[in-house]
Design a protein around this ligand. Structure first.
Ligand code: PMP
Length: 398
């Protein structure tokens, strides 16, 4: 009998076990207070609305809901999405995806060749790096400040060494309440980036899963509204309804749509029909207009609780953090000499967990950074967890 000989494709070697998942294994300890996961609060899941909608969909449209359907997605859902976006979008440009994570995967498949240069924020969403990496791009970081990427650096890096082969294929941007830093681009920064990218002939991938989760005021208009033909926009129902539905969408310039559709067909034919119909049923009479404000209020209160706890517990420890205006995440920078990856096991001993910042950098990055989610733990847990983190820091500094 011959030995089976599975030869892995080169691209499979590029797929790494999620650095985060490996790191977070230590956090799977019972009773731990975790600020690590990027999980929406289950309190916000509209379970009753889905119970009613699923019964109704099965009763009234059962056969269609359980049948194969078009790869583009459910027409009423595509119309709803096109209508609620703040620029002129035709439903023909909307492709329903199996989570916006699939949108990132499709983008990688149709836009990246081996060795293509692509530009990302510093740091950026780890899941996007994971989607892009198997296509073997060369990933370049754009210089960033508290408002996001520097438009001048974007223009400089778009061209690369000036040769056609070195010109960046796209820049991947997260304007609202970025994962992992929680930062938001100002109106002026968005305008400058949109103009700079357009002038440089650099297409933009704009990822916006958190945009509806603002605290006091809606964020400025997306880049897609400023340069629609130069932007491929990704959205999601994960943070406003429930991530387990795996329901996202992309809005593509018309010239790009057919290729994305072919990639989508090859990937999974279409996004589950039943989930699309249930969501269409739940949201059809303005449900999100009353539901999303409740999520905003909850997350704002949780964020304020965490900021207050940090101010109280971290006084004099030399830690810096930002003040997000929406979303789910806070970003911390530890004093010089500390490394958040090394700190994590000690934190876990003290029954609290976070995500180290380093995996979010395309090039290794700043070991002093870490991400805290303020939405999954209760306010009581936030107070206990932040005190445990402060204790951990004092131990590490001693
Ligand atoms: N983009 C960003 C920035 C995210 O944080 C996430 C989820 N953590 C996704 C995309 C993927 O979301 P989903 O596939 O659930 O729509």
């Amino acid at each position: 009998m011959s030995t089976p000989n599975w030869t892995l494709a080169e691209r499979a070697h590029k797929m790494n076990p999620s650095a985060i998942r490996e790191i977070l294994k230590v956090t799977e300890k019972p009773g731990i207070i975790s600020f690590a996961g990027g999980l929406p609060s289950p309190k916000t899941f509209p379970i009753e609305a889905f119970a009613e909608a699923s019964a109704k969909v099965l009763r009234e449209d059962g056969a269609a809901a359980l049948q194969y359907a078009s790869s583009e997605g459910l027409p009423v859902l595509r119309e709803f999405i096109a209508q609620q976006l703040p620029w002129d979008v035709s439903p023909d440009q909307v492709l329903i995806t199996t989570g916006s994570q699939q949108g990132l995967d499709l983008v990688a498949k149709i836009l990246i060749d081996r060795g293509s240069r692509i530009l990302v924020e510093t740091p950026t969403y780890l899941g996007a790096l994971q989607a892009f990496t198997p296509m073997e791009p060369r990933v370049a970081n754009i210089a960033c400040d508290a408002e996001g990427p520097d438009p001048a650096d974007l223009a400089r890096q778009a061209a690369g060494d000036g040769s056609a082969a070195d010109r960046a294929r796209f820049v991947y941007l997260l304007p609202n309440f970025q994962n992992p830093t929680g930062r938001t681009m100002s109106d002026a920064r968005r305008q400058a980036l949109a103009e700079s990218a357009l002038a440089a002939g650099l297409p933009v991938i704009e990822d916006n899963p958190y945009g509806d989760l603002w605290f006091d005021a809606p964020p400025p208009a997306p880049l897609a509204a400023r340069a629609p033909d130069n932007t491929l926009y990704l959205g999601s129902f994960s943070k406003v309804l429930a991530p387990g539905l795996r329901l996202g969408y992309l809005v593509a310039p018309k010239s790009l749509y057919p290729k994305l559709l072919q990639a989508k067909q090859a990937a999974d034919l279409h996004t589950p029909t039943f989930n699309q119909r249930m969501v269409a049923e739940v949201i059809k009479d303005g449900f999100l207009d009353t539901h999303v404000p409740k999520i905003r209020a909850l997350y704002k209160a949780q964020c304020e609780a965490m900021l207050a706890a940090l101010t109280r517990e971290f006084a004099g420890l030399g830690v810096e953090w930002n003040r997000p205006v929406g979303g789910m995440f806070l970003w911390l920078r530890l004093p010089a000499g500390l490394d958040s990856v090394k700190l994590l096991p000690l934190a876990v001993e003290n029954n609290v967990a976070f995500v180290p910042g380093a995996p979010f950098y395309a090039d290794g990055g700043d070991p002093r950074t870490l991400r805290l989610s303020f939405v999954t733990a209760s306010v009581e847990q936030i107070n206990i967890g932040v005190a445990a983190l402060a204790k951990t820091l004092r131990q590490a500094l001693a």
